[in-house]
Design a binder for this molecule. Structure first.
Ligand code: CTP
Ligand code: MG
Length: 178
């Protein structure tokens, strides 16, 4: 497939996940999922940065983007699910849950490595959520997920994540630029 087309279709596919990953920065907060509990290593299971509100805000954001795509894309050249509105919605939901679960897994690993909440971790911060999003969405979006497409998404996500965090920091949404 032509590179431009692969890029556009991959971006349309992953958009719900990007929203799921960023909306909790604004709408998250409140009760942490781990309830403040620690593991045997004396460190928090997940940390205060992973909240129930953030989790559900992320999932809902992804469903919302999936619904928006379902309204706009069928019948256009950017229709990635053969006109099926249900596929857009289902993939939005799967990407949302996968993204937020992957985000928890990333934080769990960071805590086990002794990385404090909010401190950056090269690759874990960017690629755990992406890996889980892709795995969860695979049953519906397998036809979009060629090795080239997954590689493109990994590179793109790395730079989008870094860029988005710098912008969020400038606008005062995040205390740190990562
Ligand atoms: N957030 C949330 N609930 C989630 C995920 C994120 O409330 N499930 C909010 C928190 O306010 C969090 C912010 O979004 O601080 C940024 O998310 P992220 O960078 O993923 O978390 P960190 O605070 O950096 O924590 P960690 O070190 O565990 O990644
Ligand atoms: Mg962070």
């Amino acid at each position: 497939m032509e590179l431009a087309s692969l890029a556009v279709r991959s971006i349309i596919f992953i958009l719900p996940s990007y929203f799921a990953n960023s909306v909790p920065v604004v709408l998250g907060g409140g009760v942490p999922i781990d309830g403040g509990r620690k593991m045997g290593d004396g460190r928090r299971i997940l940390g205060s940065g992973k909240t129930l509100r953030g989790f559900f805000a992320g999932v809902l954001a992804a469903v919302f983007i999936g619904a928006a795509e379902a309204l706009v894309l069928p019948g256009t050249e950017f229709d990635i699910y053969g006109g099926s509105a249900l596929s857009y919605l289902a993939c939005g939901a799967l990407l949302g849950v996968g993204t937020m679960v992957g985000d928890l897994v990333g934080s769990f690993i960071k805590r086990r490595q002794g990385i404090a909440q909010g401190k950056p971790s090269f690759l874990l911060d960017q690629l755990t959520f992406l890996a889980f999003a892709i795995l969860f969405a695979y049953p519906i979006a397998w036809h979009l997920l060629s090795p080239q497409s997954v590689l493109f998404l990994a590179v793109l996500t790395y730079f989008v994540h870094a860029g988005a965090n710098i912008v969020a920091h400038r606008f005062g949404l995040k205390k740190v630029p990562w």
